[in-house]
Write a protein that binds this ligand. Structure first.
Ligand code: UD1
Length: 405
């Protein structure tokens, strides 16, 4: 069986790396039907800090195929990935195309696969979607459109949390395509936590670690913002900065800024709100939002683990903080990952200053109690490979229940 594994943007790398590892382990046993993995990088994210750093941190093989699609409007970027991926698909003739998450690369490659028909006498490749079923029910988010469409094109839907099962059922996706496997991003977190502990990033920033027992001893908060709705309009961006004012008086905030956010800060003339630590070095001033370059995987895990509080508009960080037991405030009106609120450490703040202030206040008084969701145990990738291997043997997908039992 040949699997094309697709990565494109930063949040894809830590979801695919453990699946490649699990395939390697699977292939070591001579009893198993061998699975050939071909790694395709669309180039949606392309520079050293958004892409290359993750390959070395995650000990990931270099891509077998690099499409170099790059940035652009949604239409231009998606179309460019589609155009370049079609040629690869025709040449590689895989049995399965595996896409992850909700970025433009995800829908682009799923759509090309669904339209290709049979290739050179082989039947049309099947599509596997890792992180299926998540829904924000907000179609103004490009990611929501990508999720819904990809799920409806997929033959294997690998789900991370119960809400995903409910959503797919409600949308009429046949149950035999759906597999509750857990969270491959958490596989990476668990695999690399020890290495992240060796990171020198705190030392470089003149910061100390919080203790396991008392997060309140952590001397800093951590911020990420990159959603177009939050950073592409000056008023919205300012509203969030206002909402952070009380927090920044008590704790300096470390802010690894996404390239989109960095561009907007320059464009809006917002530099005065930040202390710039471009080299990720130097002492963070009390009372400041210290802006750094985006961090590599291990340094960012370390920053998250030892933070007093994380404020974010990212999807994956809501899950990682839940796993680490670090309080998280999500600066959005909705989340496609409700388990992080129901069982984890996350609260939704909305995007208005008052909501952000009160969510932060609520989190500062919170007890550390939280539950790590079922199957976020570091083994999700192995469950996925088990399903694919069964497919290689029988040519038939197995029902969700048989994976759970
Ligand atoms: C994408 C995903 C989003 C994900 C985010 C993580 C979609 C629709 N969105 O958003 O779900 O949370 O990645 O980062 O796929 N840029 C660089 N260097 C790079 C990559 C991008 O400077 O290596 C710049 C681009 O020029 C562009 C901006 O960052 O101005 C946005 O990049 P893009 O890939 O279009 O979307 P993201 O906002 O990163």
């Amino acid at each position: 069986m040949k699997v094309l594994a697709i990565v494109g943007a930063r949040p894809n790398f830590m979801k695919v790396a453990p699946i490649l590892k699990a395939i390697e382990v699977h292939n070591r046993s001579s009893e198993n039907p061998s699975i050939e993995a071909v790694l395709v990088h669309t180039g949606q994210h392309y520079n050293a800090i958004m892409s290359d750093a993750f390959f070395s941190d995650l000990d990931m093989p270099q891509p077998d195929v690099f499409l170099g699609a790059g940035s652009g409007t949604h239409a231009a970027q998606t179309a460019e990935i589609m155009r370049r991926f079609e040629a690869v698909l025709l040449e590689q003739k895989p049995d399965i195309v595996m896409v992850v998450g909700d970025v433009n690369s995800t829908i682009a490659c799923a759509l090309v696969t669904s339209k290709i028909g049979s290739i050179g006498g082989k039947r049309q490749p099947r599509i596997a979607h890792v992180e299926a079923g998540l829904r924000s029910f907000d179609r103004s988010m490009p990611e929501e459109v990508n999720r819904v469409l990809t799920d409806h094109l997929s033959d294997f839907l690998f789900v991370t949390e119960d809400s995903g099962l409910r959503n797919l059922k409600a949308e009429g996706i046949p149950e035999e395509r759906v597999f509750m496997v857990g969270n491959t991003m958490i596989d990476s977190l668990r695999a690399f936590q020890h290495q992240a502990d060796q990171s020198t990033v705190l030392l470089r920033l003149g910061l100390q670690r919080g203790t396991e027992e008392a997060k309140s001893t952590s001397p800093y908060a951590l911020l990420t913002l990159h959603r177009p709705a939050n950073v592409d309009l000056a008023d919205n961006f300012l509203e969030i900065l206002e909402g952070l004012q009380a927090l920044v008086q008590s704790h300096p905030i470390i802010f690894p800024a996404h390239p989109r956010t960095r561009k907007q800060i320059e464009h809006f003339g917002f530099a005065k709100y930040f202390q710039f630590l471009d080299k990720v070095q130097g002492d963070v001033r009390p009372g400041s939002i210290a802006l750094t370059d985006p961090q590599g995987y291990l340094d960012f895990l370390c920053l998250m683990k030892h933070a007093y509080l994380v404020v974010t508009d990212s999807g994956g960080i809501q899950e990682e903080t839940t796993c680490l037991g670090v309080p998280c405030v999500t600066v959005r009106e909705n989340t496609e990952r409700p388990v992080t609120i129901e069982q984890g450490t996350n609260v939704l703040a909305g995007v208005a200053r008052e909501g952000i202030r009160s969510a932060i206040a609520q989190q500062l008084g919170r007890s550390a109690k939280h539950v790590v969701p079922p199957l976020w145990d570091g083994r999700a990738s192995y469950r996925i490979v088990e399903v694919l291997a069964a497919q290689a043997k029988n040519d038939e997908p197995r029902a969700m229940a048989s994976v759970l039992n």
